[in-house]
Ligand binder design. Sequence first.
Ligand SMILES: [Cu+2]
Length: 143
Amino acid sequence: MRFFVLRCALVLWLLLSGCAGPNGEDALPAASESLTRLASDGGHFQVSFTSELDPIAINQLHRWTLQVAAEDGTPVEGATISVKGEMPEHGHGMPTQPQMTADLGGGAYRIEGMRFQMGGEWTVTFTIAADGVQDSVTFHLKL
Ligand SMILES: [Cu+2]
């Protein structure tokens, strides 16, 4: 009888701990999505990015992929994109000049040359021109 009670307690513990893990992990994507998906300043584009390095490491050259959609969610193709990274508190930019190097289709664009030389607060601004419209979006990162 005592063994039975112990075994039930163990099963219960496994069930509870099994539930706690996935729930905690589920909360993370929603939080990071709000940092990586934004409307552009003028509301013309919905922009999100993914980094080849996740989490982003200091001083490591890497690529981002930018996803650009119109207000209604339609992918924006054939855009021209420029990139500017800055540390507002330090008054300096990135050591590199990141460039859009490929229009991957479906509203996806390859950005090469991303490198952050120190930890702290960064802004990364993308200026996007497509179909006669130009608009900017600024992502705020804490590295
Ligand atoms: Cu700095």
